[in-house]
Write a protein that binds this ligand. Structure first.
Ligand SMILES: [Zn+2]
Length: 610
């Protein structure tokens, strides 16, 4: 994956000040502490001045945050509380800048910065006083928790400006600040961390293969270093960090550009709620082909970001995978699912080198299970939308979601996804454990609509995983061809065992009985006999005779052949092979699909409408 980032970085235009950051949203006001620097011997504080924030002035404000809570790399700071921001960020900023970059300045620049620092220190009380009065005079002050804390309405920043020859210069206009960021010293963090320096001369760079100085802490994405064997924390080992992953400064900067491009242009929204990046990797590097490919992918990414219609969001993942699968096998794709929390980039899942043929296989499998002869997956129109049962990864997310009521199944979901993409088996019991617990919940809460939707979507998931040949467990062959329901069982390939068929038909019969009860009595008392949908051998066998008795009692037993079939399937059943979840699942499906099976025509008897 690192090579992929490198190749992408190689075709990005370099920017002289790529380390400088934008201020971001939510900062409307700029308060400028002005100094006169006409004469180096009499540098002096002038006053506070104001302008409205201008996003085109990024290279003038010259903002660069420190990752910790300390002083920023440059004197520009975002205001939290005016006094605190001034004391913590601004007051020491020039001194810290001098210390951090010592030996990197010309004599003249060093002298200038020292003078400016002296003035700030000497006049600090006056400057802060002026600043606070200024904000109050503009009526922008907002009192925070304590009376002494003052924030700025609509947000603001503090920066320094410098008057020379009647012109106002910004931080980014002064060579003293600028040249540090155009120079290589700015990349010190690539080899200096935890108070340890890690670099080595005359070594081969992993990426460009030049013999040069390699650096130890180029962690473009953390996993490159952490994943390598022998990466041990602790002072001495850190020093040798360059050995794990030797990259020269030039390549480190290229990687940084690559990462910036990817996060800006190849960010996709959202795979079942997850934000992710797709990094393409050409089998044979070629700048032109890569450029074209990036353009196409950027369009897909924009497409994914612009989906607002919920029905279309449902299928966005599949559409994008479909587009990518059309790329020839000159490329493979790396996926990074991530979350940004407290400005830290956390990788949740990465899948490397997924070939377009694999994506194509996964998409084709979806079409193949969506295309059916006996359509048991009929659309359900509701007031809000039409519920469709064409397979989508959202179906899996429906069961392995993340919400307050059901809990957080993010990890399980990502694991299933990763197994699907990389072709590792998925245990049926693992799926059913979660699926049945949701379905039982619907059942016990009498949520009939969710119950039906859940049962059908769950079934689609299992059909899909089976179709891509990753379903582990639950598949046995004990298949008596009974004639009557074989067309149905043939098309629904998971019914490959008489036990499953028996349970399914029992579910159908239960569905019929409940409908009859509802029709005659307006209630479904037999539901309480279904053991909360925990169907084991004992319950299954009890239910058959109970259901027959009930139907006979109501004189509405239109299903004698079905009952007979269940009895026959029972003879060949082997309950020990199946978990309760599995047995219950086949029963549930029958319950949901009862409407697919008609009343049996009896000889010499009129069959009324149901
Ligand atoms: Zn290199």
């Amino acid at each position: 994956m690192i090579e992929a980032l490198y190749e992408i970085g190689c075709i990005q235009k370099p920017d002289d000040f790529e380390l400088i950051e934008g201020i971001g949203e939510g900062y409307k006001h700029v308060f400028k502490i002005r100094f006169n620097i006409d004469d180096l011997d009499s540098v002096s504080y002038c006053d506070i001045n104001y302008e409205e924030y201008d996003k085109n002035k990024k290279l003038k404000y010259f903002y660069k945050a420190d990752k910790g809570n300390g002083v920023n790399y440059t004197p520009t700071a975002k205001i939290t509380d005016i006094e605190k921001t001034f004391h913590v960020k601004v007051l020491k900023s020039v001194k810290v800048f001098l210390d951090k970059n010592k030996d990197s300045f010309s004599k003249k620049d060093e002298a200038l910065l020292n003078k400016i620092n002296n003035v700030i220190q000497n006049d600090k009380d006056k400057i802060l006083g002026d600043l606070i009065s200024f904000v109050k005079s503009m009526d922008l002050s907002v009192a925070k928790k304590s009376e002494t804390e003052i924030a700025v309405r609509d947000g603001g920043i503090i920066t320094l400006t410098f008057i020379k020859d009647n012109t106002e210069l910004y931080v980014g206009d002064l060579d003293a600040f600028k040249q540090i960021f155009s120079g290589r010293e700015a990349y010190r963090s690539y080899y200096f961390k935890y108070g340890v320096e890690s670099k080595s001369d005359e070594k081969q760079c992993y990426l460009c293969h030049k013999i040069t100085t390699v650096l130890g802490f180029v962690d473009t994405y953390k996993f490159y270093t952490v994943d390598k064997k022998g990466m041990v924390t602790g002072g001495f080992e850190q020093k040798k960090a360059w050995k794990n992953y030797p990259v020269c400064l030039d390549c480190a900067i290229v990687l940084k550009r690559g990462r910036e491009y990817v996060e800006k242009s190849l960010k996709f929204n959202r795979f079942c709620g997850f934000t992710y990046l797709i990094i393409p990797q050409l089998v044979y590097p070629d700048k032109d082909i890569l450029q074209q490919l990036l353009k196409r992918m950027n369009n897909y990414a924009n497409f994914s970001l612009n989906q607002t219609n919920s029905a279309r969001i449902e299928t966005t993942e599949e559409r994008i995978l479909g587009e990518l699968s059309k790329e020839g096998n000159i490329v493979s794709f790396n996926f990074i699912f991530y979350k940004v929390a407290n400005s830290a980039f956390n990788i949740l899942l990465r899948m490397e080198e997924i070939a377009p043929t694999r994506l194509n296989y996964l998409i084709e499998a979806k079409y193949s299970i969506d295309k059916r002869n006996i359509d048991i997956f009929k659309e359900i129109p509701t007031k809000k939308e039409i519920i469709k049962f064409d397979f989508s990864f959202q179906f899996i997310r429906r069961f392995f979601g993340n919400n307050k009521i059901e809990g957080n199944y993010d990890k399980d979901f990502l694991l299933i996804l990763s197994n699907i993409f990389t072709g590792r088996g998925i245990s049926l019991e693992f799926l059913l454990n979660r699926i049945m617990s949701k379905i039982r919940n619907d059942f016990l809460n009498k949520e009939e609509f969710s119950f039906n939707v859940d049962a059908l979507k769950a079934y689609k998931i299992i059909l899909y995983i089976k179709e891509i040949k990753l379903l582990k467990g639950g598949m046995f062959k004990m298949n008596t061809k009974n004639g009557q329901y074989e067309e149905f069982f043939n098309e629904n390939g998971i019914f490959d065992h008489d036990t499953k068929k028996a349970l399914f038909l029992e579910g159908v019969l239960a569905g019929k009985l409940l409908n009859i009860q509802y029709k005659n009595r307006g209630a479904k008392p037999f539901q309480s006999r279904l053991n909360g949908l925990k169907i084991d051998e004992r319950v299954a066998k009890r239910l058959l005779s109970e259901m027959i008795n009930k139907l006979e009692e109501y004189k509405e037993n239109y299903y004698r052949k079905m009952e007979e079939s269940i009895g026959l399937y029972f003879i060949n059943s082997d309950f020990a092979k199946f978990s309760i979840n599995e047995l219950s699942f086949y029963f549930t499906l029958g319950l949901t699909l009862a409407g697919q099976f008609n009343k049996e025509e009896k000889e010499n008897e009129e069959v009324g409408n149901e």
